[in-house]
Write a protein that binds this ligand. Structure first.
Ligand code: HEC
Ligand code: HEC
Length: 382
C-alpha cells in the first residue's frame, strides 16, 4: 500500500487543497519484476576496480602520478603547447566542447570523455586499439594530433627532471635506452592514470539503489519525468540493448546512420577501419609489449561492420555535447532520434513527449554539484 503513498506525489487525479484545484501528474504504475531487473543491471556504481593484466603498472599509484604528469606535459608533442589535456580538458569532463578535435591539424572525429575508460575493452569510436595503454600511444604518434615519435617521447622521459624522477618511482628503474620501450611505458603510465578517472555517483544511482531495497522515501526524491524516461530507456525505447550495464555501454559496435568523412574526403567506415588499424598495430594485445603471461597470440576475429561505431557510455552525457562520432549533433534531444541498428533493425522512434522524458532521465546521470557545464538550450526538445 506504500505504492499509494508514492503515487500521492504523482497522482493523476485532481486534488483539492485549500479550495484550489491542483492538477497533479499521471501516476506511475508499480515497477514490474522485469523492469526492476533492467534498472538493476545499470548499477551498482561505482563498479569494483579491476587491474589490466596487460599493463604491469596498472593500478599502481606511482604510475598514475607519472601518467597524470604526462597527461599535462607539453613535452610529448612536437606541436607547441599541445598536451593530452588540451583536447581532454579535465574541467569539461575530459572533452573539448568542439564538434571535431583540433590538434596539429583538424581531425574528423569528436573527442570522447575519458571518464570510466577502465570499463571499456575496445578504444576509440572504431575500436582501433584493444587496450587503454595502446590507445594512449595513438595520439602521440598521430600526425594530425601530437605529431610525435618514440625518440621524442623517450627523450622527454630521460631529460625532464620531474618525469625522470616519477618514471623511476613508477617502474623501479631509470627510463630505458630503447626508445620504443620508453614510448610504451609512457602509454602504460597514462593508462594507469586514466584508470582512476571515474564519474561520481548520481541521482540515478541513488534511485536505482533505493528501488533495489524498496526504500520508497528515497525513491520519491527522484523526478517523475525521469522515472518515465527510465522506463522508456529500459523498456520500449530499447536503449539498454546497447547502452547496457553500469557504464551505459555494451562496449560493442553498431551501425550508425550518421555518415561522415575523414580528412582525406573518404567515408568514415568506423569499425571496418578500426579493425584494419588494430590488425596492423605494433602495440595490440598480441604484441610483445603485452605484460600478461600467456597472452592470446591472435586478436579475436570480429565481424567488422562498415559504418558501425562503439556505443558511447552515457554518464555525464548532458555535460559533454556535442554528440556522436563526428560531433554533428549539438542537442541532446536530437541525439535520441534513431541512431543505430540492432540486428539490422533500426531502434524505435520516440515521440516528442517521450524524448523529453528520456532527456529528464539522462540529466540524472550527472552528479548534480558538478553539472555546471550543462547548456540548458541543448536540453530542450523542439
Ligand atoms: C587533438 C586532440 C586530442 C589530443 C591532443 C589527445 N586526444 Fe585522445 N582523443 C581525441 C579524439 C578525437 C579521440 C577519438 C579518436 C577516434 O575514435 O578516432 C580520442 C580518443 C581517446 C581515447 C579513447 C576514448 C574512448 O572512448 O575510447 C583515449 C583513452 C584518449 N583519447 C587518451 C588520450 C591521451 C592519453 C592523450 C595524450 C597522450 C590524448 N588522448 C590526446 C582527441 C585528442
Ligand atoms: C543499436 C544500439 C543502440 C541503441 C538501441 C541505442 N543507442 Fe544510443 N548510441 C549507439 C551508438 C553506436 C552511438 C554512437 C553513434 C555515432 O556516433 O554515430 C550512440 C549514441 C548515443 C548518444 C550520444 C552520446 C555521445 O556521447 O555522443 C546518446 C545520447 C544516446 N545514444 C542515447 C540513446 C538512447 C536514449 C537510446 C534509446 C532511445 C539509444 N541511445 C539507443 C547505440 C545505440
Amino acid at each position: 500500500m506504500r505504492w499509494l503513498a508514492i503515487a500521492g506525489s504523482s497522482l493523476g487525479a485532481l486534488a483539492l487543497v485549500g479550495g484550489m484545484c491542483l492538477a497533479l501528474p499521471t501516476p506511475l504504475p508499480p515497477w514490474r519484476a522485469d523492469e526492476l531487473a533492467n534498472v538493476g543491471s545499470l548499477g551498482p556504481w561505482p563498479p569494483p576496480a579491476v587491474r589490466d593484466a596487460s599493463n604491469r603498472v596498472s593500478g599502481r599509484a606511482e604510475a598514475a602520478a607519472l601518467g597524470e604528469a604526462l597527461f599535462h606535459s607539453t613535452r610529448l608533442s612536437t606541436v607547441g603547447g599541445l598536451r593530452c589535456a588540451s583536447c581532454h580538458e579535465p574541467w569539461r569532463y575530459f572533452t573539448d566542447g568542439r564538434a571535431r578535435a583540433l590538434g596539429a591539424e583538424a581531425g574528423a572525429r569528436n573527442t570522447p570523455s575519458l571518464l570510466n575508460m577502465r570499463l571499456q575493452h575496445w578504444f576509440g569510436w572504431d575500436g582501433a586499439n584493444d587496450s587503454l595503454w595502446s590507445q594512449s600511444i595513438r595520439p602521440m604518434l598521430d600526425v594530425r594530433e601530437m605529431r610525435s615519435d618514440a625518440a621524442h617521447v623517450a627523450q622527454a622521459l630521460r631529460d625532464d627532471e620531474t618525469l625522470r624522477r616519477l618514471y623511476a618511482l613508477a617502474f623501479g628503474h631509470a627510463p630505458p635506452a630503447d626508445n620504443e620501450m620508453a614510448l610504451v611505458d609512457a602509454g602504460k603510465a597514462l593508462a594507469a592514470y586514466q584508470e582512476t578517472l571515474a564519474s561520481d555517483r548520481t541521482p540515478f544511482d541513488a534511485f536505482r539503489d533505493a528501488l533495489a531495497r524498496g526504500d520508497l522515501d528515497a525513491m520519491e526524491r527522484y523526478p517523475v519525468a525521469a522515472q518515465r524516461g527510465l522506463r522508456l530507456f529500459t523498456g520500449g525505447g530499447q536503449c539498454v540493448a546497447c547502452h547496457a550495464g553500469p557504464n551505459f555501454s555494451d562496449g560493442e559496435f553498431h551501425r550508425s546512420p550518421i555518415v561522415s568523412r575523414l580528412h582525406d574526403g573518404t567515408l568514415d567506415s568506423g569499425r571496418a577501419l578500426g579493425l584494419k588499424k588494430l590488425l596492423a598495430s605494433p602495440y595490440a594485445r598480441n604484441s610483445r609489449f603485452n605484460d600478461e603471461m600467456n597472452a592470446a597470440q591472435e586478436p579475436a576475429a570480429q565481424p567488422a561492420e562498415a559504418g558501425a561505431f562503439r556505443t558511447p557510455g552515457l554518464r555525464e552525457v548532458s555535460a559533454t555535447a556535442p554528440y556522436m562520432h563526428d560531433g554533428s549533433i549539438a542537442n541532446l534531444c536530437d541525439a535520441l532520434q534513431p541512431h543505430a541498428a540492432l540486428e539490422g533493425r533500426p531502434m524505435p522512434a520516440l515521440t516528442l513527449a517521450e524524448r523529453r522524458d528520456v532527456v529528464a532521465f539522462l540529466r540524472t546521470l550527472s552528479a548534480q554539484e558538478r553539472a555546471v557545464l550543462i547548456d540548458e538550450d541543448a536540453m530542450i526538445c523542439r
